[in-house]
Ligand binder design. Sequence first.
Ligand code: SF4
Length: 149
Amino acid sequence: MPPPPTAAAIQSVRAVYAELALRPLQRACSGLAECCRFRLTGRTPFLTRGEALVAAAAWRAAGRSTLPRPADGACPLLAANGRCQIYEGRPFGCRTHFCAAAGGPYARGEVRDLIQQLETLDSQLGGNGAVNLPVALEHAMAATTRRMR
Ligand code: SF4
């Protein structure tokens, strides 16, 4: 089966994010953005290919074509003011991981069906499982640049 077109893949991932937003799981993120500082936390979000396409599209939406490589090991999408620059397009892990102060991360079992949808799409797009955010995003940016040529 051929991979789904980029637009269809993006739509599928956004549907997963919309479904997640409907789940009655209360968290209270106060925007500390510590979770976006990977070197500080020792944790980096892993993205499936569809998630990376959504994040890359959000990054490009403001006319950006390259990714920064922050020397401090923070997420390349984190602005100097501590805000996510692709908030509406942020990956699943950024939507489900909350620090202890915000109520803690979602249990995998609470969102397993949504993870499975993302993994199925990843496979359809030729992926082999989620990879860390900087690598996933570089790949998605390169892939979408090729398609735009
Ligand atoms: S994508 Fe946004 S929310 Fe996720 S780690 Fe990067 S800056 Fe933080």
